[in-house]
Every structure is written in C-alpha cells, then in structure tokens.
Design a protein around this ligand. Structure first.
Ligand code: SF4
Ligand code: SF4
Length: 190
C-alpha cells in the first residue's frame, strides 16, 4: 500500500485506486455534479457518483459490482465529470484503473464485449501505426455500439465539439501518446 493509502486508512478497492491513481474516493461528498454532467450516465448501470459511493463503503460485494459494472466500459474518458467536480476528483483516471483491474480479474461485464474487443484492437492499431486521428474512431465506435447516435444528435453542441477535442486534450494532459502505448502494451498481456 502506498504511504498515501496507508495514512488515509483506505483499504480495499478504494485503497488500490488511491495507490495506483492518487484519486481519493474519500474526498467525494456526493454532490452528484459528475453524474449530472456525464453524457453517458443514462447508459450506465451506476452513474459516476454512485461508483464513488460504492467504493467509499469499502464493502467487498459493492466493490465487486463496480468491477463487473457496464459503467466502467461505457465511460468515454471525456473528463466532463472531472471538470465539474468541486473536489477535482479525476474520475476518468480512476475508470481507467478500474477497467484494467476488471480485465485482470476477468470480471469484465459481458455487455462490454464489443467495446473491449475494439479497445484492444484500437490500441494495437495505434501502437502499430501511431496514427493519432484514429482515436476519434474509438469514440465513434463506442457511441455506435451503444446505439446512442440519436441521443448524440440531440445532445448539446458542446458535447459534439467535446467529442472532437477530447483526445488531444487527453494526450496533452496525460503525457502523450507514450502513455497510450504503455497501456496498450499492458492490456495486450491479458
Ligand atoms: S469521463 Fe466518463 S464518467 Fe466522466 S463524464 Fe465522461 S463518460 Fe462520464
Ligand atoms: S462531482 Fe466530485 S464530489 Fe461531487 S459526487 Fe462527483 S466525484 Fe463526488
């Protein structure tokens, strides 16, 4: 356990999240702004604020539900929740860790099969070609898979603009494509 996790007394999955991502689930005070702003919360089995609450309880049964949830795969890493959170909790970073952990423990939600397959082949593809623009296809694919194109058409223009800007921002903020390659290589081990 990292000294952070140790000093905060957080154990279980919340402690692991802290250790691997520095995201402190204990800081969430359940204001709900993340879920209200999440463009995909309606597609999720548990919206982001509920995932946070489940992790706060430290209840192994609820932690298991988080790892088996569809939510962690539906998350587009758009960072809308992060931008809105008064506690600056980096939910997308946490989701990323939860996806990895879910795969490792073979708990991935069966409904997410196609998303996972694409996720893997997509990461392989950029690892191979380094063609960043293909990342946009990932977002498109997820939305098509979830059959929410109609919703997207009705969604605020901001979302559609966001859809185009998400990844460059992500790359800028997350020390670039090297990080994506690192994850691709890690994921390929599963
Ligand atoms: S990063 Fe994920 S959880 Fe957060 S707003 Fe975007 S889709 Fe929702
Ligand atoms: S916006 Fe932040 S503090 Fe509010 S419920 Fe979501 S994670 Fe918790």
């Amino acid at each position: 356990m990292s000294s952070d996790a140790h000093h905060s007394g957080i154990s279980g999955l919340g402690g692991e999240v802290l250790e691997h991502t520095e995201v402190k689930v204990s800081h969430c005070y359940q204001c709900g702004k993340c879920s209200a702003g999440c463009p995909l919360s309606e597609e999720m089995d548990y919206p982001p604020s509920v995932i946070m609450r489940m992790l706060q309880t430290g209840n192994p049964a609820l932690e298991d539900k988080v790892l088996r949830s569809f939510s962690i795969w539906v998350c587009l890493t758009c960072e809308m929740c992060f931008a809105r959170c008064p506690m600056s909790i980096d939910i997308p970073k946490m989701m990323d860790f939860l996806r990895e952990k879910s795969l490792k423990e073979k708990k991935a939600n069966p409904r997410a099969k196609e998303i996972i397959a694409f996720h893997k082949s997509f990461l392989d593809s950029i690892n191979y070609t380094g063609r960043l623009y293909e990342i946009g296809l990932f977002v498109d694919y997820k939305t098509r898979t979830l059959k929410i194109m109609d919703d997207l058409a009705l969604a605020p223009k901001m979302l559609r603009r966001g859809k185009l800007n998400i990844i460059p921002e992500l790359i800028k903020d997350r020390s670039g494509i090297a990080e994506i390659f690192r994850k691709a290589n890690k994921k390929n081990k599963y």
